[in-house]
Design a protein around this ligand. Structure first.
Ligand code: 0X9
Ligand code: ZN
Length: 763
């Protein structure tokens, strides 16, 4: 895992329960409190430290360097132990005092932090500036009955406009998120007359901006405890607060959220138990026009997207990554700040019940979360006021871009998917649904299916036929058996603009439709021995072994899996060394290596094999990997297929077209290799459910003039002979069908087939 300093989420984990004093009504006093970075060597030291410290400031609690806050008397206790530590913050109280707002009434929100009533007054002032564009909208009541207040901004003209909803301050102490939202409203309103681009976005989009979605917490962070995070729910056991960003109802109650009411990431008693999340949920559900959502937090300088609850990537990962990396450069272009982008789970930590998982997973918006300045624990939440304006300025273009992108988006779906294969000689139909997010309608003449029959040839464009209700269809012509058909779809809005693609990375990525009859050539769930061999080099422990695995754990998560792939059958798989139930994690992992798992020889000559397998990989220092290779010469030489170097801690599926790596010969082998060399970490890998599907032609293979079931240079002589003298061809190749030479599939073998035939031979 990437090392990051950061203590965004303090006091995570039940171990801290006893150490945290119940919140009193008095102003929390952090004078003389230090933040120390302790070198925690093992679980015992960790447990001991957690009985001493007030709370944890690192984002993950575990063995290794750990930042904790200690009161002066706790510091004395710590100093008396043999734990080694560095002092990171000398005086938390002084840090808070240094970032104290001036409290001057009427001050700009971009010059100093504003108390809640002045935030509302600022919204009123903006509405007063442009009542034709802006209005105050009530989202609903907070727990203490404050009104969660939005400013709605849109230009003249009604009708269905795509909407965007951006908000700050789910977490009370993240003060800079409030001006960041106000700044958007400010610019949209003040620059409407002078900036044609912003004017267009205001006219064509409904903007809902909520500077503070947790008003009770925000007020409390001003009056009582500057470092308050949650809402102000009385949990009934002397503790207060539910983490609103663990209370949303998509996969609520999973990883990365606490059941402990005292914890900073307490998820609440049930999904949407809190008035604040309920109000936002109902507000969003009542507005199906919403296309984008942003939840602004601080700090760490990150741009995050779903999922937060699982390591799995969202279905729209490609698009999130595209928009996310564009945001990264837009931000950097303003003041040079570096923001790290990625899915929440892997970029910060697991967090179930987070807002963006719900607004993406349920409300179907393009949902991002930000962590604003600074990038380090000091000053962390206590960002000096002179950094408010640059922070607002640097994220503004990225936030605007997200709204522009999401609201002009055209979506291309394949309601029936693409066929896994089609029969040789049969025409087939593709159904496409094309919808517009609303700023401009779809241009029906722009819906085009691009198809080609050679891996590198030009695409043929077929304009789709509209069927009504956003549905279109395209009839694709019958083809002989051979190279798969490749397709992608494009569409644009009336008036042009961006051409949207499916798959979005087309034509670099395409849908592949094999022509032929699908069959399974090899299937191994490792319940029996199908002839795999293990080859070890410098392995001292943890070589590949076929077992029903015993799980091991490290840092609260699995290292070696307890079960084989849950999507497959049986209980066995290959793992790197069998774990001992309850044994130490390091005793059962791989040491040295590589250990290599070699498949039996696979006869795949002349076919189109798709290989799929399931894998597990865990490595606690990030310098090892699981390597997947293929060979077409019985293992004499190897071609790299996949490198898995992220610790998923879950089973995931890998698949590839063999032909993209090696020739499908009768001497194919697969190989899975992993090493921990030098032996410096916990390294665990597992492999299960290796399956190879192939397409048998069961008929004519186009281009296979010598009928040996492969199209290659050995067909050239036969093709030329067939072309110049069909009679001579029939004599020399009595078992073959001359129509295999009709490569362009126009019904005859003639000179027009030459280019197509050459196309089959040149990869
Ligand atoms: O833990 C959180 O809720 C967020 N970090 S913070 O330090 N600001 O508390 C990160 C969660 C990402 N946000 C969403 N997934 N909405
Ligand atoms: Zn936050």
């Amino acid at each position: 895992m990437r090392e990051r300093s950061g203590w965004m989420l303090a006091a995570v984990g039940g171990a801290l329960l006893g150490a945290i004093s119940p919140v009193s009504a008095q102003t929390a006093d952090f004078d003389g409190h230090r933040v120390v970075r302790v070198d925690v060597r093992d679980e015992q030291q960790l447990a001991h430290l957690l009985t001493i410290a007030s709370d944890v400031w690192s984002e993950n609690t575990g063995v290794g360097p750990l930042d904790v806050r200690v009161a002066p008397e706790q510091f004395a206790l710590l100093a008396a132990t043999d734990l080694k530590f560095d002092i990171m913050v000398e005086d938390v109280g002084a840090l808070i005092a240094a970032a104290e707002p001036s409290g001057i009434a009427g001050v700009s929100p971009f010059v100093d932090y504003l108390p809640y009533d002045q935030v509302l007054a600022y919204l009123d002032a903006l509405v007063a500036l442009r009542p034709d564009l802006a209005s105050i909208v009530s989202v609903g009541p907070s727990l203490e009955n404050r009104t969660i207040t939005a400013i709605r901004i849109t230009g003249p003209g009604g009708g269905a406009k795509p909407g965007v909803l951006y908000h700050g301050c789910q977490h009370a102490r993240e003060w800079v998120t409030v001006p960041a939202i106000l700044y958007i409203a400010d610019r949209l309103i003040r620059d409407y007359d002078t900036d044609p681009y912003l004017r267009e976005l205001v006219d064509e989009i409904e903007w809902i901006l909520i500077p503070v979605v947790n008003p009770d917490g925000y007020v409390y962070s001003w009056t009582n405890n500057r470092l308050w995070r949650k809402n102000r729910r009385n949990n009934g056991n002397g503790t207060f607060g539910v983490d609103l960003n663990r209370n949303w109802g998509y996969q609520w109650g999973g990883e990365g959220a606490s059941t402990n009411p005292n914890a900073e990431d307490y998820r609440g008693p049930s999904a949407f138990s809190e008035p604040e999340t309920q109000a936002l949920r109902d507000f969003i559900l009542a507005r199906p026009n919403l296309v984008a959502h942003t939840d602004v937090h601080s700090y760490s300088q990150l741009v995050l997207w779903p999922w937060s609850y699982t390591v799995a990537l969202p279905p729209d990962q490609y698009e999130f990554n595209l928009v996310g990396t564009t945001k990264e450069s837009l931000i950097e272009a303003v003041h040079g700040s570096n923001y790290v982008v990625g899915p929440t789970y892997t970029t910060i930590y697991p967090a179930s019940g987070a807002s963006i998982d719900w607004t993406y997973g349920v409300a179907n918006t393009l949902a991002f979360a930000y962590e604003l300045r600074p990038d380090s624990p000091t000053p962390g939440f206590l960002l000096p006021a002179d950094q408010i304006l640059p922070t607002c300025e640097e994220v503004f273009p990225a936030l605007i871009y997200q709204a522009d992108y999401a609201s002009s988006k055209i979506r291309i779906d394949l309601p029936n998917g693409v066929p896994t294969s089609v029969l040789p000689g049969a025409a087939w139909t593709l159904h496409v649904r094309v919808t517009s997010a609303g700023r401009d309608p779809v241009d029906p003449a722009s819906v085009i299916v691009h198809s080609r029959t050679a891996a590198n040839g030009p695409f043929t464009e077929t304009v789709a036929t509209p069927l009504g209700n956003d549905l279109y269809e395209v009839m694709l012509p019958p083809r002989g058996c051979g190279t798969p058909t490749q397709i992608y779809i494009s569409a644009a809005a009336v008036g042009g603009g961006t051409t949207f693609l499916n798959p979005p990375q087309a034509p670099a990525a395409v849908y592949t439709v094999p022509i032929g009859v699908l069959s399974v050539a090899f299937d191994d769930n490792f319940e029996t021995d199908q002839g795999w061999t293990v080859q070890n080099t410098a392995v001292t422990a943890g070589a590949w072994v076929r077992v029903d695995p015993n799980g091991t754990t490290q840092g609260g998560g699995p290292a070696q899996p307890e079960d084989d792939n849950p999507d497959g059958t049986g209980t066995f798989c290959y793992v790197t060394g069998q774990g001992t139930p309850g044994g130490a994690v390091g005793a059962a992992d791989l040491d040295g290596g590589p250990t290599r798992l070699l498949s039996p020889r696979l006869a795949l000559g002349g076919q189109y094999p798709t290989v799929s397998y399931y894998r597990w990989f865990y490595n606690d220092d990030g310098d090892d990997s699981l390597i997947v290779e293929a060979s077409d010469d019985d293992g004499a030489s190897w071609t790299l297929v996949h490198t898995i170097d992220t610790s998923g801690r879950v089973w995931s599926r890998g698949s590839f077209e063999l032909i993209n790596y090696v020739e499908p010969t009768d001497n194919v082998r697969l190989r899975f290799s992993v090493s921990d060399n030098p032996n410096n970490s916990v390294t665990e890998a597992a492999v299960d459910d290796v399956q190879i599907t192939v397409f048998a032609c069961g008929g004519l293979l186009l281009g296979d003039l010598n009928c040996d079931n492969v199209v290659n240079n050995f067909d050239i002589d036969a093709f030329v002979l067939a072309l110049v003298s069909p009679a001579a061809y029939a004599v020399q190749y009595p078992a073959c069908d001359i129509l295999a030479g009709d490569v362009n599939e126009d019904g005859v073998l003639d000179n027009f087939d030459i280019d197509a035939f050459v196309g089959l031979l040149t990869p």
